[in-house]
Ligand binder design. Structure first.
Ligand code: CDP
Ligand code: CDP
Length: 223
């Protein structure tokens, strides 16, 4: 049987992780795992169950009971939380503004890390997030760390939001990204950090195709 491949793609919000990871997974026929969606789903779980985002003890107590699955679909993989399709709901502003807090809880990270490792046990995966190369899959054959300037990342989100009819200003989006970058990089457990053996790609001035091409070359030489 062919060797299983693990590809870890980490980086801050808007650097292009999920767009690129999806294309790479489909191109090489690997499974795509969106770990950010898992933390977003835990955050939504708290909201739906009237648990305050600050209530670490209650969230920690219940996190192992959350039923969370991904269903492959085009154009976006569906996220199912306790039997309900929450693919859109996990992207709301309220969830985005509270996900860094909920994902900083030790029990939440422990549970999600375990589930993410299980998903990569029997298949080749492309997994994107913040701590994949450092913590979840430290032995991944390929580790990519995507970055882009904060202005460019805010512009990308702005364009995305405009297409969805959302009206948050460019400056508000920039401040939200700066705040989330800070919280994700400064938490105690598994902060957003480039693994020492990761290849950094600055996507500020690169098209999606150019980034895909660069990573495809790396896969072809290393996998
Ligand atoms: O797509 P976007 O960059 O906005 O974020 P995401 O990948 O959906 O991740 C949402 C949040 O989940 C991040 O800001 C982190 O707080 C958390 N996260 C994490 O802590 N660890 C991961 N491996 C992935 C996401
Ligand atoms: O997952 P992450 O938050 O890192 O970023 P994303 O959701 O994949 O990308 C954010 C937006 O930037 C999407 O609308 C992508 O189409 C766009 N993008 C881009 O314009 N150029 C790139 N090189 C990468 C992404």
């Amino acid at each position: 049987m062919a060797t299983k491949i693990q590809i870890a793609i980490d980086g801050p919000a808007g650097s292009g992780k999920s767009t690129i990871a999806k294309i790479i997974a489909s191109k090489f026929n690997y499974i795509y795992v969106d770990t950010g969606a898992m933390y977003r789903a835990v955050t939504l779980f708290a909201k739906l169950n009237q648990i305050a985002f600050e209530d670490e003890d209650r969230i920690a107590e219940l996190v192992s009971t959350i039923a969370l699955t991904f269903v492959p679909a085009d154009p976006v993989q569906r996220v199912i939380l306790d039997g309900r399709d929450v693919t859109s709901d996990i992207r709301s502003e309220e969830i985005t503004n509270n996900v860094s807090l909920v994902s900083s809880y030790a029990k939440v990270r422990e549970e999600m890390t375990e589930r993410q490792r299980q998903m990569s046990e029997n298949a080749s995966v492309v997994m994107d997030g913040r701590d994949i190369g450092t913590t979840v899959l430290p032995k991944a054959q390929i580790k990519i760390f995507l970055v882009a300037s904060v202005d460019e990342r805010a512009r990308r989100r702005f364009k995305e939001n405009q297409a969805k009819g959302m009206s948050t200003s460019l400056d508000d989006l920039k401040q939200e990204i700066i705040a989330r970058d800070y919280k994700d990089s400064h938490r105690l457990i598994s902060p957003l950090k480039k693994a020492s053996d990761a290849i950094e790609i600055d996507t500020s001035h690169l098209s999606i195709d150019q980034v895909v091409e660069k990573i495809s070359q790396i896969i072809k030489t290393r996998a």
